[in-house]
Structures are given as C-alpha cells and as structure tokens.
Design a protein around this ligand. Sequence first.
Ligand code: NI
Length: 178
Amino acid sequence: MSILALREYPDPILHQKAEVVSKIDDELRLFLDDMLETMYTDHGVGLAAPQVGVSKRMIVIDAEQKEDEEGHHQKGNPIALINPEIIYTSEETIFFCEGCLSIPEQRADVERFQKIKVRYQDTTGAVKEIEAEDYLAVVLQHEIDHLNGILYIDHLSRLKRNMLLKKLEKARAAKNEK
Ligand code: NI
C-alpha cells in the first residue's frame, strides 16, 4: 500500500464534478486501500478520490476509528463507497464543526441533514444502502459533496468563508517561513 499525495485548496480538481465509476476491478480496490491508508496517516475521518487527484466518484470513511497512545489512528469500521448517492434526507438539520484534509488546520460549523440514506456500490460492485445519522451522516455528506466539487467552506456565508481562507493563507505563510 502507498500513501497518496493530498490535493489542497484551491486545486481545481477539488471544484470539479467527479465521474461515475464504471469498472470495479483489482486496480480500483488497491487504490481504495491506498485511500484508506492515506486517510489514517493524515488523521482524516473520510477521504474522497478527488482529494488525491482522481476525479472519480469514490469515498472512504471510518467514523469509528480510535487513536493509540502515539496518536496513530487505528481501524474502526472502514467503508469504501463507490458511486454514492444520497436517496433520503431528514427535515431536521444539525450543526457540526467540520474540517477537511484539503483545507489544513481550519474548522467551521456547517449545517447538515441530521439523517440520510445513501445508496452505493461496495468493492465487489454490489449495490448497498446505508442509513446514517448525526456524526456518520455529517461525514458522508461532507465526502459526497467532494464528488460534486463542493467543499464545506462553500456552505458558509461569504464573510465566514473569506475569514477562514485568510486564516488558511496566514497559516501557510507561517509554515513556509519555518
Ligand atoms: Ni474534506
């Protein structure tokens, strides 16, 4: 397995609508394993293929992972979802403080559906459905957004979005000075 390079804001691939996956084979399964490994290494809860430079409709998540004493992320319940589609959303919404590996070190409150149902294909190509609420629902909505070229900051007001992007710029500049 290998660790994949992360694309960061404002990389154009993050703003593109990703393509449907038509062929699920060993090569794709290996890529999904690499995505999971990359996600754990970078301390993410989810990762979408465009974030590692592949504009295809695939995400990996693990909303149940744990951290060991050294801060390494341990597998909880990894799931790879191919061609995921939200087929139900609740009326009720929740706010959750989100971050994104493509927008390092920043966080903001985003409004999401409290409960959703997602249809997807697993790594064998079988069609499955997952019902999710609260944290898992938030993670899925965030990652599926990535496949439509939407980042969590796109859900913020213009003022909040601009403030966050300024902080991102500052953090990057500070890092480059070191
Ligand atoms: Ni993200």
